[in-house]
Every structure is written in structure tokens, then in C-alpha cells.
Ligand binder design. Structure first.
Ligand code: PDD
Length: 287
């Protein structure tokens, strides 16, 4: 197994040799943003949309984008070449870099820290995915800037731990009686054949998988509604899904100790996961 090669501030080097100062603001404050971009074959999935979301996160935290989109794509190609594999994901993060003193104030003209690595995600095991997952609802106590893909994930870690303590794999987060998202995924519900997902805004991340699922639904004649989802609607949902770059589309079969419909992955999930797998296959075959 060759050494894992990562990218750090312009250099490609084995992960063991990559190091960052303890004064880096990412380490001290969680002052940075990140992206996870799935790659099928040689093709990153919706790379322009990921770069657009990166730009939006950077703008929200007042950090200049250190590279142009073309430069980002060149680095992705180089990094993927150095870390061969089939289904992979690019993890990238940019922090505000190293300041000589620990001070919240932003200084102009400082060098950010750019770090990237390739995650070997492997192909999704369809029969395992179809088993579905069990979740609970948990009060979403995160901040009012959930649209920023911030590396400060301690709230998400705490929420995931609450789910673990409840003996389930993930949580569906609820704020003021309305569903926001999962701890690292977006939420969909199916009711009477209609796919429903909450609107983006300050309480949830604009997931690239979410957008793709919405687009694929439209292209394939599946009715899709974007509207707030009240917690009280969950009990009568026909299907519930959680979507993300790494989890793809996970059916939720039990919620708060009760079955979701028949406690099986539903028919619309089966249709959508097939459409999604075909979409990936086209990417894998693309040159
Ligand atoms: N997380 N919401 C949150 C809070 C997330 O962290 C993620 C993804 C999503 C889904 O976004 P996307 O479809 O673009 O992956 C929604 C990544 C995978 C992570 O933190 O590893």
C-alpha cells in the first residue's frame, strides 16, 4: 500500500510528513471551512457546485479564496493521480492560517492553510444500505449559520454522541418544531408519493447530494416539494431518507423506537437509489 499523499499549502507529501503549526487558527478556533467531494472513477461529482459552496462558505467567514476554480481542479487531478482508487472522496479544508498571537481579530494579508486528502470510501454496499438505519429526533441546538460548511463541528459531534447514547446511528435534528437536517446529512420525507425536503437557509447546509436528488427527482417525474417539515409530520411519513456525499441516500426505517411505515426501505427510495447509481456509473465511465 503506497503512502497516502496529501496536499498542504502547495506541496504533495506523505501524510506522516504533513504538519501544521499549533498556532493555526483552525487548531485554536476551528476557524476554517471544508468540503467533501465524492469522486467516481476520475470524475469528481458536481465539482462546480462544490466549489461554489466553498466560495459561499469562505465569503461568509470573510476569507479570500486562495485558488481559482481552475487551480482547484488542477490540484484535485494531481492529488487523485497520486492516490489511485475507484470510489474516493476529496476532503479539503482551508483555515485562516497561523497568527503569531491568539486573538480573534482577523488580520489582512495572512496566508491561509490549505489542506487536502483523498478518502478511500469504497463502493456502497447496496444490500447493507437497503437495511436502512435507525434514528431519533434531537433538539438542534447549533448556531444560526448552519449554511456555512465550518470545520467547527463540536456541536455536530455532541449531537451524534447523543444519538449513539440512544443506541442509534444518527439523529434527525429539530429546531422549534421543524426538521432541519441530520448530524452530517440532509433530510427528505416521502408522503403520498411526494418527495419533501426543508428549504435551505441558516439552519441547514445546502447539500450537494440534496440538490442532486431534487434534480434527479424532477428529471424522472417524481413530485418534489421544498417546504418546512413539522416534527409532528414524521410519524405519518411513508419514507424518510438522509442524504450526503459519503452516505448517499440512506433510508431511515425506525424513528424514536417506532417503525417508519413498514420498517423497510420504501419504493421511492428504491427508484431513486437506482437513478443515483446510474448517475454515478455515467461519471465512472466518463474520460
Ligand atoms: N457532510 N448537512 C451537514 C451538517 C453535513 O455535514 C453534510 C455533509 C450534509 C450533506 O451535504 P453533501 O450532500 O454536500 O455531502 C448536510 C460531509 C459529508 C461530512 O461532514 O463528512
Amino acid at each position: 500500500m503506497p503512502n497516502k499523499i496529501v496536499y498542504l499549502n502547495g506541496d504533495y507529501l506523505p501524510v506522516e510528513q504533513a504538519s501544521v503549526s499549533v498556532l493555526d487558527r483552525g487548531f485554536l478556533f476551528g476557524d476554517g471551512v471544508y468540503e467533501v467531494i465524492p469522486v467516481f472513477g476520475l470524475k469528481p461529482l458536481r465539482v462546480d457546485e462544490h466549489l461554489q459552496r466553498l466560495q459561499s462558505s469562505l465569503s461568509r467567514i470573510s476569507l479570500d479564496n486562495p485558488l481559482s476554480n481552475q487551480e482547484w481542479k488542477q490540484v484535485f487531478d494531481q492529488l487523485l493521480e497520486r492516490n489511485p482508487g475507484e470510489d474516493r472522496a476529496i476532503y479539503l479544508q482551508i483555515t485562516r492560517g497561523v497568527y503569531p498571537v491568539r486573538d480573534l481579530k482577523i488580520q489582512p494579508d495572512k496566508q491561509p492553510t490549505i489542506f487536502m486528502m483523498v478518502l478511500q470510501i469504497g463502493s456502497i454496499d447496496m444490500s447493507q444500505l437497503e437495511q436502512g438505519i435507525e434514528t431519533v429526533t434531537i433538539n438542534d441546538f447549533r448556531w444560526h449559520a448552519c449554511d456555512v460548511k465550518s470545520i467547527s463541528l463540536v456541536a455536530n459531534v455532541m449531537l451524534r454522541e447523543q444519538a449513539t447514547q440512544a443506541g442509534v446511528v444518527d439523529a434527525i435534528l429539530v429546531r422549534d418544531g421543524y426538521v432541519t437536517e441530520g448530524t452530517a446529512s440532509n433530510f427528505f420525507m416521502v408522503k403520498k408519493g411526494v418527495l419533501i425536503t426543508p428549504p435551505i437557509g441558516q439552519y441547514l447546509l445546502s447539500g450537494i447530494t440534496r440538490d442532486l436528488v431534487i434534480d434527479l427527482a424532477k428529471e424522472n417525474g417524481i413530485d418534489c416539494e421544498i417546504r418546512p417539515v413539522a416534527e409532528t409530520e414524521l410519524e405519518s411519513a411513508d419514507e424518510i431518507w438522509l442524504t450526503s456525499s459519503t452516505r448517499e441516500i440512506a433510508p431511515v426505517v425506525r424513528l424514536n423506537g417506532k417503525d417508519v411505515a413498514d420498517a423497510e426501505a420504501g419504493p421511492l427510495w428504491k427508484k431513486m437509489i437506482n437513478i443515483y447509481q446510474q448517475y454515478k456509473q455515467v461519471l465512472r465511465q466518463a474520460k
